[in-house]
Design a protein around this ligand. Structure first.
Ligand code: ZN
Length: 321
């Protein structure tokens, strides 16, 4: 309404030709009201999309390659994904072989000017624990899923997330110096919030230091390390089915540690986990590793904080009576 009014007012000064041009325009350019963002950025999956959106603000157009409902662990690229990589100037990834499909896709996109930001650069990593009681056949299957030597779930530690955001900031500043100040300001605000979140979770989980929790897949070592906890898991990647040995191992952990709950994730594939919890007489709670989300949640950088607060609350409940 007010757009129309101001438009009519301006048109009154400048005449009918302006009215036709200017008043027809707002609807088409509604998403880029603050001016056309200069930089086209493609991200891979949820946390990377949230961090990049937070830093980009109005300076860049950010689009995710993997739909929020798909797990990055088993993502299959489509021909349409090539088009978005061809048009983009920047690609932001988590790194650490989380996006195992990516190298091939980037090569096929034939976009020699594409700047790739690896947000894991400089982050201290934890090796993948693949030495559980799996037999050789299981191992072959795991490697088929593209799990690397290093555990890639660094974003679940808020302070490693700070490093990721800073790396994304530096990459965007370099790719688009015209908006350098905006990228720096946005990153500063987001990293301050991440540090605040870390302090908050640390004090909430302090009473449970040294305790063990069991997650569905192997996503929690960075979170656990940050807060002095020990993370165990049922399977390496979410698409795997647990072997009898996996179930046995988790049963023993639950007995030894007197855990009150297993931490499921809001994703398909954990039916066996629910059955196991029932057998063991413990509750199922949720720890969301943020590998998937709704479309809506993927648009809001604040989703990271909402999900992590929920995770900390659920974990506290799992440790309590
Ligand atoms: Zn994962």
């Amino acid at each position: 309404m007010s757009v129309l009014l101001s438009c009519l007012r301006r048109a009154g000064l400048l005449g009918l030709a302006f009215l036709l041009v200017a008043c027809g325009a707002p609807q088409q350019t509604a998403d880029s009201e603050s001016g056309e963002p200069g930089l086209k950025v493609v991200t891979t999956f949820l946390p990377i999309t949230l961090f990049t959106r937070a830093v980009a603000g109005d300076c860049a157009e950010v689009n995710a390659l993997i739909p929020p409902s798909s797990s990055p662990h088993d993502f299959q690229a489509k021909p349409g994904d090539l088009a978005s990589l061809r048009e983009a100037q920047v690609l932001v990834k988590n790194g650490l072989e989380m996006e195992s499909f990516l190298d091939k896709l980037v090569a096929s996109a034939e976009n020699p000017d594409l700047v790739v930001i690896d947000s894991s650069q400089g982050v201290t990593t934890i090796a993948s624990q693949e030495e559980h009681d799996h037999n050789e056949a299981d191992h072959a299957e795991e490697h088929g899923h593209g799990h690397g030597e290093v555990n890639p779930h660094i974003w679940l530690d808020p302070l490693r997330a700070v490093q990721q955001v800073e790396t994304i900031r530096d990459g965007l500043v370099k790719a688009d110096p015209s908006c350098a100040e905006g990228y720096r300001r946005n990153a500063e605000a987001y990293t301050e919030e991440l540090k605040g979140l870390n302090t908050e979770i640390a004090s909430q989980l302090k009473p449970f230091e040294g305790k063990t929790f069991v997650a569905f897949h192997d996503f929690a070592p960075y979170f656990a390390e940050r807060y002095g906890l020990k993370a165990e898991y049922l399977v390496d990647v979410p698409e795997m089915n647990p072997s009898p040995a996996d179930l046995q191992r988790v049963s023993e952990i639950v007995e030894q540690t007197q855990l009150r709950a297993l931490l499921s994730e809001p994703q398909e594939g954990d039916r066996s986990f629910n059955a196991l919890a029932k057998d063991l007489g413990v509750r199922i709670s949720v720890f969301d590793p943020m590998e998937t989300s709704s479309e809506q949640a993927a648009l809001d950088p604040g989703t990271y904080f909402n999900v992590m607060r929920g995770n900390a609350t659920n974990l506290r409940q799992a440790f309590s009576q």
